[in-house]
Write a protein that binds this ligand. Structure first.
Ligand SMILES: Cc1cc2nc3c(=O)[nH]c(=O)nc-3n(C[C@H](O)[C@H](O)[C@H](O)COP(=O)(O)OP(=O)(O)OC[C@H]3O[C@@H](n4cnc5c(N)ncnc54)[C@H](O)[C@@H]3O)c2cc1C
Length: 386
């Protein structure tokens, strides 16, 4: 597992050892690049190990649909090659009124155009997929059987191990404190364990991204703020009872599914911040209990075992900032995933590795242009759960 020593130098250095930093390192190392990840705590210790496991292609714009289609291909490929769990058990959006159905019809048309096989189904069909659902108020559902879920611990650890096998260095308990910059060029990074010489840096710190941007002294405004989102896990129930991720915007922007251990995991839209505080709250517990039992009444019988909190690193349009920052050579950012960065990571890794090694990528990375905020060109808000 991760290398302990900070190397003296590295061609490319990634700040942040979450799923995004680790998959970027994996992709670059696989291509033969010399790459080091610097992580202030341990691999996965940021939002990654606190996430809800969900991976979906059901977005509402062309770019996110295309990127997530590619990401799902990569999740499938790497889970099979590396032996970690990724199950295509689908995402089921429950719809309750005509406006919602219209909106999802539009989304489904975009998804279908890019080969994502989502379709509108009846409440009865939804109940066949999850027999425990209360469908008395549901009028339709948006169903894509190729969406799914992966275990964030297992997946991140496997990508980390493979990245190291390809020659990447993963350095834990090492915090980046400052940049060494000469004439607009990065020469190195100062850490609490010494300085590493490096010319190419990727900011993959998500909720902390603005702090790293400030250290780099970049002037372009990239608004990314940490918000506290919470999650819950219940005692286990019969395996296979809730296979897909079930979403209800009507009931608290709730998302829930069952883990491989059998517990019901998920969250609601209850948001606090901007803040770096991570204490779970009683109000969340009350809300999640109320909304989950509206969607699946049988959950009333279950005990909540644990709640916890993590960050959504949010931007004003709920889309990340991914790209090269021109005023400093060579500085890249891949941060601000607004609650759906786990699912995006494999495709983001491909885009960032393409930008670094080829200067271009076939995926529509312009959608995530870090300069769009400064230019006042916000995207349509990406569909966000929780
Ligand atoms: C409750 C909850 C549910 C979620 N559910 C889902 C979901 O179902 N599906 C989904 O796709 N996403 C989900 N997310 C979002 C997902 O967790 C994040 O988008 C994703 O983990 C971001 O990964 P990352 O690698 O960018 O960030 P992180 O995992 O936060 O990694 C950033 C790393 O940078 C390190 N770092 C920071 N500053 C420094 C420094 N100065 N020096 C060195 N290292 C530093 C941190 O320690 C951290 O490990 C959820 C999030 C939460 C909180």
């Amino acid at each position: 597992m991760p290398t302990k020593e900070l190397p003296e130098m590295s061609e490319i250095t990634i700040i942040g050892g979450g799923i995004v930093g680790v998959t970027i390192a994996h992709e670059l190392a696989k291509r033969g690049e010399e790459v080091t990840v610097i992580e202030k705590r341990f691999i996965g210790s940021g939002s990654t190990f606190r996430c809800g496991t969900g991976i979906r292609q059901q977005f509402n714009d062309e770019a996110n649909v295309q990127v997530m289609k590619r990401s799902v291909e990569l999740w499938k490929k790497y889970s099979e090659e590396y032996g970690f769990s990724f199950e295509q058990t689908g995402y089921l959006f429950l719809l309750y009124d005509d406006d919602e159905v219209e909106e999802f019809r539009r989304n489904i048309a975009i998804q279908n155009r890019f080969g994502v096989p989502t379709r509108l189904i009846t409440p009865e069909e939804a109940k066949e997929i999850v027999p425990l659902l209360d469908i008395s108020e549901v009028i339709a559902a948006s169903w894509n059987p190729t969406d799914g879920k992966a275990d964030p611990f297992h997946a991140t650890a496997k990508f980390a191990i493979k990245a190291e096998e390809f020659g990447a260095k993963l350095v834990e308990y090492t915090e980046v404190k400052d940049f060494v910059i000469e004439n607009g060029e990065i020469k190195g990074l100062k850490t609490n364990r010494g300085t590493i010489k490096t010319g190419i840096v990727v900011n993959a710190t998500n909720a902390w991204a603005k702090l790293i941007n400030a250290m780099a002294g970049i002037s372009v405004r990239i608004p990314i703020e940490p918000y506290k989102h919470q999650a819950v896990i219940t005692q286990p129930i019969r395996k296979g009872a809730i296979k897909p991720m079930v979403i209800s915007f009507k009931y608290g922007h709730a998302y829930l599914t069952q883990t491989s251990h059998g517990g019901v995991v998920g969250g609601v839209g209850y948001e606090l911040g901007p803040t770096y505080d991570l204490n779970p709250t009683y109000e969340f517990m009350r809300e999640v209990s109320y909304y989950f039992t509206k969607i699946i009444p049988a959950l009333r019988e279950l005990l909540i075992l644990r709640t916890w909190a993590g960050y959504y690193a949010k931007t004003p349009d709920s889309n990340p900032a991914i790209g090269k920052i021109e005023e400093l050579s060579d500085y890249y950012i891949a941060a601000g995933f607004s609650g759906h960065g786990f699912m995006m990571a494999p495709a983001v890794a491909e885009m960032v590795a393409d930008l670094i090694t080829k200067g271009r990528t076939d995926l529509p990375v312009e959608w995530y242009d870090p300069y769009r905020f400064e230019r006042g060109e916000l995207r349509g808000e990406a569909l966000q759960m929780g």
